[in-house]
Write a new protein. Sequence first.
Lengths: 113, 115
Amino acid sequence: NAGVMQNPRHLVRRRGQEARLRCSPMKGHSHVYWYRQLPEEGLKFMVYLQKENIIDESGMPKERFSAEFPKEGPSILRIQQVVRGDSAAYFCASSPTGVESPFFGPGTRLTVL
Amino acid sequence: AQSVTQLGSHVSVSEGALVLLRCNYSSSVPPYLFWYVQYPNQGLQLLLKYTSAATLVKGINGFEAEFKKSETSFHLTKPSAHMSDAAEYFCAVSEGDNQGGKLIFGQGTELSVKP
């Protein structure tokens, strides 16, 4: 059973471009969480999704950020018009239900030039 | 609101010495508490978790943590450090039964192990 997959592992974007981060949860997991880790900081919750639904987006910045988890395919975290402050590691985690502690993916390290 | 405080952003121990990483939490409800380890450029791996059963929780790699409600603490210990334990350690709390995946993390403690 493969773990949580994230791609790309490293992403470089120039200011103003769009960044798309993908997360494939573990097999059988229908709950996905996105976290952001800024340099020298702990992880901060961004959004919690179930298939086709956003359950909790209380940690998402109000602008430029969006997330989806379609019926088929991976979950996508999309950042429009990236700025240097978006440079961070973005981690996806999944769990089979909303109760168990999640399994984390290896992260996508976004660098904005 | 819940929060987690990890005392000491860097801890250095000698190989074979006791490891003690401190974590204090605040919560208005009985918490679920977690310790995760992060190796360089990797994701987080669950070391152990407390979910209101036994107060002394044993995890992987010889680590354990004790939940002390009176002190609102959940410190992580290992009797004898190994070089491979060098990593970043995060304490986290969840917001309740139906929020298992929504975790609030501490700032992290970087553990160095000297030969």
